[in-house]
Design a protein around this ligand. Structure first.
Ligand SMILES: Cc1c2[nH]c(c1CCC(=O)O)Cc1[nH]c(c(CCC(=O)O)c1C)Cc1[nH]c(c(CCC(=O)O)c1C)Cc1[nH]c(c(C)c1CCC(=O)O)C2
Length: 345
């Protein structure tokens, strides 16, 4: 179906756009009272994510309420380890937890990878329902975690400041880590391809824990697997968002991806230099900027847009929007992007 608003896809491909497109990571979620209402009608996050009609409903809420230029399918990166054989619980106020973790070769060998993506039919169904309901209003984004970030949860078993168990494995059992990373990569490729078949117009790879690796470790344990995924997804543009991995930006220049996400620690001009002219950039306002006044948000957003320039930019925050951000402030961010006209250099 012809999209009525394809600004984001054109920006991703490096085509000229009338204005910069805008969306927010984690826009489908707790910032919206409308989301919390749907969420409280079910037993919890997992039931919501696994019920395609409801997942579609909360996916579309930010398009209706915040007027963003894209929808992102409501799901989680942790559905992949679950499909491979490690179920997770989402614990209220605390986050994800895995009753069983990966510690040995036997654990890795037990994981499903060949057909694991078939367990995620509920995600594909949510994508199909969302596409139909969106009726071409905006593109729909699919996503998955990067293999390193998924390994981190599979080995650690829960969130952590240091992920020291996961990083320990890279030193003590590098071979085992590579075996696991390759298995996750194979499942992720099939999963993302199935999302595209279901209707995703672009897919984003979230490497949320990229920044806790050294540059050398990143080059060995994360980058190559992301590169494999980018090379396999030829049907739609791919965005790579590696939080904290400023050191990897020159590597991404050589990956077959279309867009590179920046967090707010990354200098815009320096990042553009590192990534080169042939990729689009996404980001990178500090999520905390949305706690400022309306005037501050507008000024910060305009400063950011000017620094990125008019082309090859998708406006976003530098990480997911924080759950206690006022929806009015989010709308102010979106409107500030939409009203901006670039000043000639
Ligand atoms: C690391 C990571 C996770 N999940 C995700 C990442 C990568 C992005 C990032 O770095 O933030 C990705 C994710 N998770 C969710 C989405 C939905 C789409 C969107 O961006 O709007 C996306 C893209 C829903 C969610 N995923 C989660 C919620 C909150 C659960 C709830 O509604 O109770 C939502 C809406 C839970 C989740 N899921 C995860 C954690 C650590 C937590 C707990 C912390 C938190 O609550 O934010 C794992």
């Amino acid at each position: 179906m012809q999209l009525k608003n394809d600004l984001l896809l054109r920006a991703a491909r490096g085509e000229k756009t009338e204005r910069t497109p805008v969306w927010l990571m984690r826009q489908a979620g707790r910032i919206l009272p409308e989301y919390r209402a749907v969420r409280s009608s079910v037993s919890g996050f997992k039931e919501l994510a696994e019920t395609p009609e409801l997942a579609a409903e909360v996916t579309i809420q930010p398009v209706d309420i915040l007027d963003v230029d894209a929808a992102i399918i409501f799901s989680d990166i942790l559905v992949v380890p679950e499909a491979m054989g490690l179920p997770y619980d989402m614990i209220e106020q605390r986050g994800p937890s895995f009753p069983k973790t990966i510690q040995s070769l036997a654990d890795v060998e037990e994981l499903r990878s060949v057909d694991a993506h078939l367990e995620l039919e509920y995600v594909y169904e949510a994508i199909r329902i969302t596409k139909k309901a969106l009726n071409g209003r905006v593109p729909l984004l699919g996503f998955a975690g990067a293999p390193w970030t998924i390994l981190a949860y599979m080995v650690e078993g829960h969130g952590s400041k240091t992920f020291s168990k996961a990083r320990k494995m890279l030193y003590t059992e590098p071979q085992l880590a590579h075996l696991l990373l390759q298995k996750i990569t194979e499942t992720t490729i099939k999963y993302l391809k199935a999302q595209v078949v279901a209707g995703a117009n672009l897919v984003q790879i979230f490497d949320s824990w990229a920044g806790i690796l050294s540059p050398a470790q990143y080059r060995e344990f994360s980058g190559p697997y992301i590169n494999q995924i980018c090379a396999a997804i030829t049907e739609v543009p791919v965005t790579v968002f590696a939080k904290g991995a400023f050191f990897a930006l020159p590597d991404f220049a050589n990956y077959p991806c279309s867009v590179v996400g920046l967090d707010w620690n990354m200098d815009i001009a320096t990042s553009r230099q590192a990534v080169g002219p042939d990729k689009s950039l996404q980001g990178n306002l500090d999520p905390c900027a949305l706690y400022g006044s309306f005037d501050q948000i507008k000024a910060e957003t305009h400063k950011m847009l000017q620094a990125f320039g008019p082309d090859r930019h998708i406006a976003n925050l530098g990480h997911g929007v924080y759950p206690d951000t006022a929806p009015d402030k989010v709308r102010c961010f979106v409107e500030s992007v939409k009203e901006y006209r670039h000043q000639p250099e």
